[in-house]
Design a protein around this ligand. Structure first.
Ligand code: GTP
Ligand code: MG
Length: 360
């Protein structure tokens, strides 16, 4: 009887882990796609350098943090080393005009957005079956740093961390709860929820807290800060791999099941703030209470509120990454966590059935 053990938890998790691995693998970008994107980055950098020779164009977001799926958009950040440079809005206008003249991209400058960007897109062709979508921002050094932080976490335990994050990104997109414009959470927010879970919820932890490991050699205040933001984290992953071994040996499937369980019923949505830097914090102590969004106006009646769900940005500590999540959005997200939990408790004969149902 023990041989026919297909519905025991251990067997199911073993099989599900393998399925998750295979599923994610086929969604990774191809080498060709990565090459095309790198060529685009270089081309855009050359063009922008005709305006401002000291500028560099760097990748951030999923193309640079190890959590990229096939056809994901490109996030680029332009850094200008010159002492005197135009402000971000003017740059967006200048670069927007330049790229309209010199490239085939459809160009949309957004000089007055909270973070001014130039949006570029190229429709699909034979060589480029899904086209390209790209945002160029300026001087967004914190985004470069949080990209490096996520990349370092991805490197410490590449298999488990990457599979969990990539699966959640696909799952949240398929379940339509990955859209800050519609009151749900950004990809960046989901990644932070996973890291928070692996650093602070799992015991023993799967990941160390990189922001709390002191530097091997003393470093200056300037090196540790961008403006008033402390951007220190231990980024020497090689050293870390030699010195830090997780005592947690759970499989990806076990972690994922636990992740859904935790965010369906244990996380303190009403009072808690998920902070990768400092663990569970209180909304009250950060002054993050439910309040109408001051962008307010005609959105008031859509129950638009900040701070329903609170996720502290790792470096911009006064910034709630989940500020766009509305009451209805959070209701949807938690409903999806519960649905996923329920599906994974069923343990059908074949784990692939659960996976298909999860992302249906
Ligand atoms: P996909 O585009 O879905 O593949 O995911 P992504 O990892 O690129 O995430 P997303 O496009 O949501 O964000 C891109 C990058 O922008 C993130 O990795 C962060 O560096 C930065 N970012 C996005 N949203 C925020 C935010 O609310 N606050 C801060 N500080 N940075 C953000
Ligand atoms: Mg992106």
């Amino acid at each position: 009887a023990a041989l026919r053990s297909s519905n025991t938890k251990a067997y199911f998790c073993h099989e599900l882990s393998q399925c998750l691995y295979d599923f994610v693998l086929q969604l990774l970008p191809t080498a060709e796609e990565l090459d095309v994107k790198e060529d685009v980055r270089k081309l855009l950098e050359k063009l922008i350098q005709t305006l401002e020779p000291s500028s560099r164009l760097l990748s951030f977001g999923s193309t640079a943090n190890g959590f990229s799926l096939r056809n994901s958009d490109m996030d680029l950040c332009c850094l200008i080393d010159a002492k005197e440079r135009p402000n971000a809005s003017d740059l967006v206008q200048l670069v927007g005009d330049l790229l309209k003249r010199e490239t085939k991209f459809e160009v949309k400058p957004l000089p007055h957005a909270r973070i001014p960007i130039v949006k570029l897109s190229l429709s699909a062709t034979d060589g480029l079956p899904f086209g390209i979508a790209c945002d160029i921002g300026f001087e967004n050094r914190l985004a470069l740093e949080n990209t490096r932080l996520l990349y370092s976490y991805a490197c410490i335990d590449p298999t488990r961390v990457r599979i969990m994050v990539l699966f959640l990104k696909v799952w949240s997109k398929r379940r339509k709860i990955n859209s800050p414009y519609r009151g749900t959470l950004s990809s960046y927010g989901y990644v932070l929820l996973v890291i928070y879970f692996l650093v602070h919820v799992k015991n023993p932890p799967v990941l160390p807290n990189l922001q709390q490991i002191p530097p091997l050699q003393p470093i200056t205040h300037e090196e540790m800060h961008i403006g008033e933001h402390n951007i220190w984290f231990f980024d020497d992953v090689e050293t870390l791999r030699q010195r830090w071994r997780s005592q947690n040996h759970e499989s990806v499937a076990e972690l994922l099941i636990d992740f859904f369980k935790y965010y369906s019923r244990d996380f303190l949505y009403n009072t808690g703030v998920a902070s990768i830097r400092a663990g569970l914090l209180k909304k009250e102590s950060k002054g993050w209470l439910n309040e109408p969004d001051p962008r307010g106006g005609r959105y008031q009646d859509l129950a638009q509120e900040r701070n329903r769900l609170c996720i502290e940005d790792p470096f911009e500590n006064d910034y709630n990454v989940a500020r766009c999540v509305t009451r209805d959005g959070l209701y949807l997200i938690r409903g999806e966590f519960m649905r996923a939990s329920r599906i994974l408790l069923h343990r059908p004969e074949r784990a692939i059935t659960s996976l298909a149902e999860l992302c249906a």
